[in-house]
Every structure is written in structure tokens, then in C-alpha cells.
Ligand binder design. Structure first.
Ligand code: MG
Ligand code: MG
Length: 255
């Protein structure tokens, strides 16, 4: 069931989104060669706690997961696309890192992700991250009243496929509100004019995940969570929580 949010709810979600943005900014500031992924998780935990927010990631256990998620961020490095568990791995020069973070504040959720490089950036990684951001921007631009879910999916997929990127089969964005994952599902590729009609008050997490090698297949690590490209190529993942309003898309996870 798709739930439309009131203006007051959108304002509350904006505050949750601000906490997510702050946590991601703090993580990014901390990330450097030699810093471990679990240290980045600690930084995000500190921001959430200080804001009085809780994590919708910590303890999350969807049907596919063998164990509850043990952290407040997903940290996916290089050929890990999404859902990486922050562990003792220490960042190395030229790593490509994707950090996904959520927060629940006063009962409302926010969800966002960023990709960045550490130390010396490889030009192809910078291009991949820029293109993933472009796909997100195209998706957000299509998040307007009168369009349908398929228009957002098509906008994202068009940017990705024009540059011959792969995408994670079956994964995409989602509705968000009191729970992190609500209806409708938002594929990262689709046909324009199809799917659920976008109305004011619908809030979506829009999240392209692009794979440099161009293939769509992936494998799950033995940890049961981390999704990794099969060809070993790197991936980027960026996400914003976006409200559809009569005045156009309102990004709720900006700083
Ligand atoms: Mg997310
Ligand atoms: Mg999400």
C-alpha cells in the first residue's frame, strides 16, 4: 500500500534526512587511507546518537539475510556494490567507497548514500561516480506530479545505459516514511508512462547503482549481505530521499 504524507510529515522527514546528511558528511570527512570501515560506522553512530535518532539499518533483517545487519552504515568498497558490512578493513589509496546511511527521528525515516574515492582518484572512478550522480539527478528531475514510477526508472536507466554501465538486477529505490522500505518499489530501469502514478506527498528513496564493467549480474558474499560484481569491476551507489510535491521534487536528505 502506498501512503501519501502530509506537509507536516514531510517537514518531520526533512529533519530525519538532515541527520542522515550530517552522518554521511562526517563519515566522508573521516574517510582516509588507513581508516577502517568500522571506524566510519562509529562516526555515523555518534552523529545519530547526538541527534537523538536511531538506525533503521542496525538489526535490520529482510528475508534474504542470514543475520541481522550489524551496523548503522553500509560500507561497500570497490567491487562491492551495496550492503557491505563495515569491518576492520582499512581504506587504501584509490579505493572507491560507497556509504549508505539511514536514520529514524521522531518516528520518520531518511535514507541516503554517497560514493567517493580515497587518496588518489582513478579517472575512471571519478567518471563512474559523476555518472551515477547524473543518473540520480535525472531520476529526481522526473519525480514530479503527473509522471509515473516508470518515468523515474526510465530517466535513471537511460543515463546508465547510454554510458554502457551495468546495474544491479532486481535492486532499486523504494517508498519511505515511518518505515525505511515502503511501497512502491522503484526500479532503476523501466518504461516511461508505466507504473504507479506520482502524487504530491509520495516520498521515494531514489538510488542508482552503476557497475563500471557493464554487466548486471552479481554475487552475494559469504556474509550473506555484501553484493559484489561478478566481473570484479567497480560500482558506485548514490541515493536521496525525495518528496514529490506540487512545487516539484523536494530533496529531504540534503545537509
Ligand atoms: Mg540507502
Ligand atoms: Mg534505500
Amino acid at each position: 500500500m502506498v501512503e501519501l504524507k502530509s506537509d507536516a510529515a514531510l517537514d518531520a522527514m526533512r529533519e530525519a534526512g538532515r541527520v542522515v546528511a550530517d552522518a554521511l558528511a562526517a563519515v566522508r570527512e573521516t574517510a582516509a587511507v588507513g581508516v577502517s570501515l568500522s571506524e566510519l560506522d562509529e562516526v555515523a553512530r555518534g552523529v545519530l546518537t547526538a541527534a537523538g535518532a536511531t538506525s533503521p539499518f542496525l538489526g535490520y533483517r529482510p528475508s534474504f539475510a542470514p543475520v541481522p545487519f550489524p551496523a548503522v552504515i553500509c560500507a561497500s568498497v570497490n567491487d562491492a556494490v551495496v550492503h557491505g558490512i563495515p569491518d576492520g578493513y582499512r581504506l587504501r589509496d584509490s579505493d572507491l567507497v560507497s556509504i549508505d546511511c539511514g536514520a529514524v527521528l521522531d518516528g520518520w525515516a531518511g535514507d541516503a548514500a554517497v560514493s567517493f574515492t580515497v587518496g588518489t582518484a582513478r579517472p575512471e572512478d571519478t567518471a563512474l561516480i559523476d555518472d551515477t550522480r547524473r543518473a540520480l539527478e535525472a531520476g529526481i528531475a522526473a519525480a514530479v506530479v503527473g509522471n509515473r514510477i516508470g518515468d523515474i526508472a526510465h530517466a535513471i536507466g537511460t543515463v546508465a545505459r547510454a554510458r554502457r554501465y551495468g546495474m544491479l538486477e532486481g535492486f532499486g529505490g523504494h517508498g519511505i516514511g515511518r518505515r525505511m522500505h515502503e511501497d512502491p518499489h522503484l526500479p532503476n530501469e523501466g518504461r516511461p508512462g508505466r507504473g504507479y502514478p506520482l502524487r504530491a506527498g509520495l516520498v521515494l528513496a531514489i538510488e542508482p547503482m552503476l557497475i563500471a564493467g557493464g554487466r548486471d549480474d552479481y554475487s552475494t558474499d559469504p556474509d550473506g549481505w555484501t553484493l559484489r560484481t561478478n566481473d570484479g569491476s567497480r560500482a558506485a551507489h548514490v541515493e536521496h530521499t525525495v518528496a514529490i510535491t506540487e512545487d516539484g521534487p523536494r530533496i529531504l536528505t540534503l545537509p
